[in-house]
Design a protein around this ligand. Structure first.
Ligand SMILES: *Cc1c(COP(=O)(O)O)cnc(C)c1O
Length: 455
């Protein structure tokens, strides 16, 4: 970042950051040295920083802002609810209208056999809830030894202790430790790990690792398998077409629960309400957050299938919950967000028009010398940066992803770097003209990155 500033306040804010703020997923030394970019405003698919730069947000915040920034309707819904009833809990036999209406609306858009919702404050809390709920479920069914949850390497399920343990991020496991009875299988990341295998063959191999793990642990010990329909934070990893059908076949053979972490894929990101709908998967539980409120206010939850809900309903107290479970203001905002998604037919437009266009335009980048693969579906995309397109060899140790991300930020585009994979997940409301802008800015930043590598 340049060290001359248009706005004297930028430096003041950066000093506050250095002196007082411990930010999530940050290198504190680096953050002190360079100071954060200060984001001050959002409208539609654009953000503005404190220096007055307008930036196309190719990441919808953090996969959140489905309906885009600046929708007054959500602010008005929050304001109305705050004036009427800003808070009440949903513990001990009480409820309030927004939480009940939201549970009903979510059941309407969820798959047919999923009709109940447990609300939380975040996606991580949703997965913590899942862990406690599935173990409780099996205990109620008289099989308390079914405790083990199978996740995937490089999966992301949040940052609470359970979330980090369920996820397969080694850097997270190394800090703070893991809780017991969680194991991981390989991810279906063909470009990164498929070697010489054709993609479909690799997809089958990766799915078979689930069966292998179930047999290794013992089906009498396995409670559940958790997976994102498409891994998000891991690098927008779209599994080979053979993967999910094979996983479904394996799940049908063994009596374990299937949890879809829909925190990113849910609420329209694939063009369907849930990533599970897109793939034809039928999970027993689905974790939600992010797009649920378009990120305007924190809220998450766990959608619970009838099979599990019926057992819970006969099981006495479930000793679990959060002060903010089903918070009325968050519920009012989520209701308004879902109303907009439905009434403005945003998913229909994504499916029919803008997602196919985004995917087609993104794939044009494949002719760039740095690009080894472009993949994606719906409003999700990934661009693999390589030194050699045919061998998929990387520019080792150059931090090419971060280099490219820096050029993007400086040229009015937010793309995130996961290693040397550039990823995007723009607001679902992005227009074709804005997609053109995103792709042409991306190409320019790839050129600048390549120049750095050659220079
Ligand atoms: C972001 C994310 C989470 C965690 O949600 P938080 O609200 O940050 O706790 C869980 N799962 C997936 C797939 C996510 O992308």
């Amino acid at each position: 970042m340049s060290t001359t500033y248009n706005n004297p306040q930028t430096l003041q804010w950066q000093a506050m950051s250095r002196d007082h703020h411990l930010a999530p997923f940050s290198d504190y030394q680096q953050l002190s040295d360079s100071g954060p970019r200060i984001i001050v405003k959002g409208d539609g698919v654009y953000l503005w920083d404190s220096e007055g730069h307008k930036i196309l947000d190719g990441m919808a915040g953090l996969w959140c802002a489905a309906i885009g920034y600046g929708r007054d309707e959500l602010a008005d819904a929050a304001s109305r609810q705050m004036k009427e009833l800003p808070f009440y809990n949903t513990f001990f036999m009480t409820a309030h209208p927004p939480v009940l209406e939201l549970a009903k609306v979510i059941a309407e858009i969820a798959p047919p056999s999923m009709n109940h919702v447990f609300f939380t404050g975040s996606g991580s809390e949703g997965n913590d809830t899942m862990l406690r709920m599935v173990r409780h479920y099996w205990a109620l069914k008289g099989q308390p030894s079914k405790k083990v949850i199978i996740g995937r390497h490089n999966g992301y399920h949040g940052s609470t202790v359970a979330g980090a343990s369920l996820g397969g991020m080694q850097g997270m496991h190394e800090q703070g430790g893991m809780i017991p009875d969680i194991v991981h299988i390989p991810q279906p990341y063909w470009f990164g790990e498929g070697g010489d295998m054709p993609a479909d063959e690799f997809g089958i191999w990766a799915a078979e690792q689930l069966e292998k793990k179930i047999l290794e642990v013992g089906v009498d010990k396995v409670a559940a398998f958790i997976a994102e329909p498409i891994q998000g934070a891991g690098g927008v990893i779209v599994p080979p077409d053979s993967y999910w059908p094979k996983i479904r076949e394996i799940l049908a053979k063994y009596d374990i629960l299937f949890v879809a972490d829909e925190v990113i894929c849910g609420f329209g990101r694939t063009g369907e309400w849930f990533g599970s709908d897109y793939y034809g998967n039928t999970p027993d539980l689905m974790t939600i957050a992010k797009g649920l409120t378009s990120g305007y206010i924190p809220m998450g939850g766990l959608i619970v299938g009838d099979k599990v809900a019926e057992v819970l309903k006969q099981g006495g107290d479930f000793n679990h919950g959060f002060t903010y479970s089903g918070h009325p203001v968050a519920a009012a905002v989520a209701l308004e967000n879902i109303r907009i998604l439905r009434e403005e037919k945003i998913l229909e437009r994504v499916r029919a028009e803008t997602a196919p266009y985004l995917q087609q335009r993104l794939r044009e980048l494949l002719d760039h010398p740095l690009v080894g693969e472009v993949r994606g579906l719906g409003m999700l995309g990934a661009i693999e940066l390589v030194k050699d397109k045919t061998t998929r060899e990387r520019y080792a140790g150059k931090g090419v992803g971060m280099l490219c991300r820096g050029h993007c930020f400086n040229n009015g585009l937010i793309m995130r770097a996961v290693g040397d994979t550039m990823i995007i997940a723009p607001p679902l409301v992005i227009s074709k003209a804005e997609i053109d802008e995103l792709v042409s800015k991306a190409r320019r930043c790839l050129d600048l990155t390549l120049q750095d590598l050659q220079g």
